[in-house]
Design a protein around this ligand. Sequence first.
Ligand code: NAD
Length: 503
Amino acid sequence: MSQSIAQTTLITHWIGGAVSQASPIRTGPVWNPATGVQVAEVNFASDADVDHAVATAKSAYAGWRKTPLSRRTEILFNFRNRIDQNRDRLAEVISTENGKTLADAHGEIARGLENVEFACGIAALLKGSYSEQASTGVDVYQIRQPLGVVAGITPFNFPAMVPLWMLSNAIACGNTFILKPSEKVPSASLLLAELAHEAGVPEGVLNVVHGDRLAVDRLLAHPDIRAISFVGSTPVAKSIYETGTRNGKRVQALGGAKNHMLVLPDADVESAADAAVSAAYGAAGQRCMAISVIVAVGSVADPLVAAIRNRIPNIKIGPGLEQGSEMGPLVTRQHRDHVAGFLDSALAEGASIEVDGRDEACASRDGFFLGASLLDHVSPGTRCYDEEIFGPVLSVVRVQTYAEGLQIINDNPFGNGTAIFTQNGGAARRFQFEVEAGMVGINVPIPVPVSYYSFGGWKSSLFGDLHMYGPEGIQFYTRGKVITSRWPDPGTSKVDLGFPQMR
Ligand code: NAD
């Protein structure tokens, strides 16, 4: 149901503090998932566009890294305020292109803002260390310096928050930044760039190039890009990590997820069911920290499945921009059909479909809607367990013991987030100690760390050494330099060919 391109807006790049005037060679459609109508066309960057952005960022770097910390902080405070003043506008843009509800869009803006607020503390975060009198008359100290031009490649599901995870700390550290957002949701990044410009971020410090794989390939190959931050699916994360590091770049590449919620027999069933429904179906399951598998231990399984099943009909499905909607559509028709395909194969794989989201109410809508689905008796080794579904489909795996449940979670190739629901502090502590995942919730279903910790999974959910944002983000966007200094006293100076020893 596409409109003619003549009627749609052309969304293009932001380079050097202005909208790029380059004519597009290739473009792609941008959809409103709630209506199924194309709302814009986005310009896909050519190699020349990427090269132009990198050259612009490179020439801005010299001035930006010299900009005093106090001025950078002031600009970041302004940026924080500009975003805060434009929350409604940003939320509407996010909801229009991504489909999530306005409340959810406001949630991601709030979590993104936390990262700008963290970066406002850059003066304290960049403090080095100093050792006086390491040797007689010799002092040793370490400073952290920016890398240069760095790039971020982001997914469709958090059009504002994930770019803010990256760019806030990257520019605060003195780097210049090129953002390549998801081509499905290009407008939020442009609005952020505009707000940053209004806040006083100098031209060329923050640039946005739109596009698909070709733009990413050019960023990965460009010799002037020092580091790449990536968030998206596991196959792409792995390939970006391999190519980027082979090309000598620092890379942190966060991938997909299959987040398990272990529910012990002593858990409060009603609150565990509330948490499961919220975490599985919020944003139509399109969150990297969504709960997609419940591991129900022993006697809790029957009442828990019944409690979740009872809650599903109450979820208000509708356009994200409509007041009262709790769950919006999926991002594209193709993704909706892909997610629905897991329900087609689930029965044959031995699962039971407790609630089927492929209902009439959703099918008759124009947008890319799919209702909430609940699968029970799901087993590892089946497609709906092994693959990341990334939609409103919650699977229940039944086990008899805590140890059996833990084994299933630890055997899973993904290790992003996980949660335990129990009233037993000892069991929760044991789980925290034994589970193999990067982020753990104890009676908290979506344990996204606050901005002064760092975000990242284990195993196939992250390629690289450093997690995103927080202290590890500052480490990622800077490199250390150690200075050994002596201010010679001419009276004690002499030739000494021995290896320097700190005495
Ligand atoms: P995606 O991997 O398809 O795309 C992510 C980005 O990579 C986009 O900017 C896209 O244009 C680009 N891209 C896509 N294919 C590419 C290729 N072959 N080569 C180079 N670049 C390519 O992911 P998506 O569908 O936008 O987002 C959903 C995925 O992201 C899910 O797997 C989800 O779990 C994951 N995700 C992970 C986290 C996390 O923190 N670990 C957070 C959000 C989303």
